[in-house]
Design a protein around this ligand. Structure first.
Ligand code: AMP
Length: 309
């Protein structure tokens, strides 16, 4: 089993959706990612929490098999984020971001992490993403996400990161913010020029689209759900399924990327069915694959993508 190093946030989220509120629940980009990637690979977490971070959350990560050697516990307060969703839950507003302990984080990799072949640079300061890349010996697969705060405040560092990634996975809103372009195709072309990566644009309830440097394009719908409770973390969960599946492959070609997108898509469909990581805690490969098979049957993708595990 390969290992995946993930750097990102471990957070307290306060969420408001049309269905209710969840104050100070476990969140963070690295948290959601780990809860799915662990089903495919050994996850080595790089993150920081404060002294207010309860032991039962730490225990939960341990029970899920996540390697916490790279988790720093500091004296300050844990990173906090709050957000509110409109009736159309594809539209989200950030109410507050408190960086707290993130401001002192150095992202030092334990020696046991440095040989990891796969890395996911989850949403966090791009200078920390760079620092992780610099400490890895020879990563073969680098996937990366970002968010509005970093696109606006640390654009220069973000562009440095993008020169070194294989897959850049962002939301449609983030793509628009990077390029100021409302036509998604033109925007995608402009983003692809920032490096040599493939781009995946996540479109919430409308699915996800892949754009490659070779002008290939592949779109999948989201798994149809009638009860979406809280979309927070869907993007990181998508990345967990995507990166996790690719970590199981010896060769990464277009077909395995398409399958990886499907795994990401299905993982995200579980995430949004509850607040925080509630629906991901008991998720296993069989449940994930079961819903994936249903998705393949519904969309008739089976003809072009035989042998989905
Ligand atoms: P997503 O819904 O996939 O975009 O991810 C939401 C998660 O990202 C939440 O659990 C937040 O704690 C975390 N988050 C929000 N803002 C930031 C930020 N600026 N940097 C890193 N993580 C963040």
């Amino acid at each position: 089993m390969k290992s995946i190093v993930v750097i990102g946030t471990v957070a307290f989220d306060s969420i408001k959706t049309p269905f209710g509120e969840a104050p100070e629940v476990l969140g963070g980009s690295a948290t959601f990612f780990s809860m799915v990637a662990r089903l495919f690979a050994k996850v080595q977490l790089v993150a920081i929490v404060g002294k207010d971070f309860p032991h039962h959350h730490i225990k939960m990560f341990q029970e899920k098999g996540v390697d916490l050697e790279g988790l720093v516990r500091s004296e300050g307060r844990t990173f906090r984020w709050s957000g509110e969703y409109e009736e159309n839950m594809n539209v989200r507003h950030t109410l507050e971001t408190q960086l707290n302990v993130l401001e002192e984080f150095q992202a030092e990799l334990p020696a046991s992490y440095r040989k990891a072949p796969v890395v996911f640079l989850a949403n966090i300061n791009p200078d920390l993403q760079l620092r992780v890349l610099d400490q890895l010996e020879s990563p073969q697969l680098v996937c990366c996400d970002t968010m509005n705060l970093w696109i606006v405040n640390q654009r220069h560092d973000l562009e440095k990161v993008l020169k070194r990634v294989n897959y850049f996975i962002i939301s449609e809103e983030e793509a628009q913010l990077i390029t100021q372009e409302h036509n998604m195709i033109k925007g995608a072309r402009a983003i692809l020029k920032l490096g040599n990566f493939s781009l995946i644009i996540k479109r919430g309830g409308y699915g996800a689209i892949l754009f490659t440097q070779r002008n290939e394009i592949f779109a999948i719908p989201a798994f149809p759900l009638e009860n979406v409770i809280d979309p927070t973390g869907a993007g990181d969960t998508f990345a967990g399924g995507f990166t996790g599946f690719l970590a199981t492959q010896n060769e990464v070609g277009l077909e395995s990327v398409q399958k990886a997108m499907m795994y990401g898509n299905i993982a995200a469909s579980f995430c949004v069915e509850g607040f925080s990581v509630d629906r991901l805690l008991d998720l296993d490969r069989e449940t994930l694959s079961g819903r994936l098979r249903e998705f393949v049957r519904m969309t008739h993708l089976a003809n072009s993508l035989a042998n989905v595990e």
